[in-house]
Ligand binder design. Structure first.
Ligand SMILES: Nc1ncnc2c1ncn2[C@@H]1O[C@H](COP(=O)(O)OP(=O)(O)OP(=O)(O)O)[C@@H](O)[C@H]1O
Length: 256
């Protein structure tokens, strides 16, 4: 199974947020989407999950068009996601949050769901001990895991993760690397993940796409970050400039 984004564009009043971007993700693959703030990453994920309509281009799963169909039909069609700002039902328990998605999957994606149960999902994602606690009572890292478990309760063919390590402490994001790698065991579910934490992205992804100012500037294995001069300019160039502007110890010392 293959999710394919072909020449997709999106404009917001005078701003071209996404400019003719193409990418693909196969079943069982973990693909990263990186780029500076405002590069267009979330807008692209919003189009793949049909929260936003594309202005041009198309998005397909095995040739079947899945763009501009609305988020509910997209979820039923096999694409689930998490959000940059966690969107759990705060007053529902962990079990109830997962049950909402599970009920939809049982009705519309029974064969993809197979023998999966809510209990198994909670165990797999290390949240079983919080099953009867309200989502709002949980730590940030635990809420993230619940959100991923809920997305997986839709038995998706493709999972989109928008900045899963945001707000996590280091130990939590390392645990998340293992957990996301385990998703591929999920009946070969493909994963597209956005994150600013480059060590997390390079640990978890086989391939990376780099966006800058709405356009795709590079793609390839994680080594593309180191080896592609355009990417080095975007990341290292800006980082070096920021260090200079901030006058870090390193630069202060080198000036002495
Ligand atoms: N609803 C909107 N209305 C107007 N402009 C928008 C809207 N959503 C995004 N944009 C603009 O589109 C561009 C891309 O934004 P987007 O949020 O997709 O970037 P991003 O790469 O996800 O950034 P970040 O890493 O900060 O989340 C930015 O210039 C942003 O201001």
């Amino acid at each position: 199974m293959r999710l394919r984004v072909s020449d997709v564009s999106k404009r917001f009043e005078g701003v071209t947020a996404v400019n003719s971007v193409s990418l693909d993700c196969s079943a069982g693959e973990i693909v990263g989407l990186i780029g500076p703030n405002g590069a267009g990453k979330t807008t692209l994920l919003n189009m793949i999950s049909s929260l936003l309509d594309v202005d041009a281009g198309e998005i397909t799963i095995d040739g079947r068009a899945v763009h501009n169909i609305g988020p509910r039909r997209t979820a039923i069609g096999g694409i689930a996601r998490t959000f940059q700002n966690i969107r759990l039902f705060a007053n529902l328990t962990v079990r109830q949050n997962i049950e909402v998605a599970f009920t939809t999957a049982r009705r519309h994606r029974a064969s993809a769901l197979g023998s999966v149960t809510i209990e198994r999902l909670m165990e797999q994602w290390g949240v079983a001990e919080f099953a009867d606690r309200k989502a709002s009572e949980l730590s940030y890292g635990t809420q993230r895991r619940v959100e991923i478990a809920r997305a997986l309760a839709l038995a998706p063919d493709f999972l989109l993760l928008d900045e899963p390590t945001a707000g996590m402490v280091e130990g939590e994001s390392q645990d998340l690397v293992k957990a996301i790698m385990a998703i591929r065991e999920w009946k070969g579910c493909g994963v597209i993940v956005i994150d600013h934490d480059l060590s997390f992205i390079t640990s978890v992804c086989e391939r990376i796409y780099v966006l800058d100012m709405g356009s795709l500037v590079a793609s390839g294995p994680p080594s593309v970050l180191r080896d592609d001069p355009k990417v080095a300019e975007i990341y290292l160039g800006r980082k070096a400039r920021r260090r200079l502007e901030e006058g870090t110890d390193e630069h202060r010392q080198s000036r002495q």
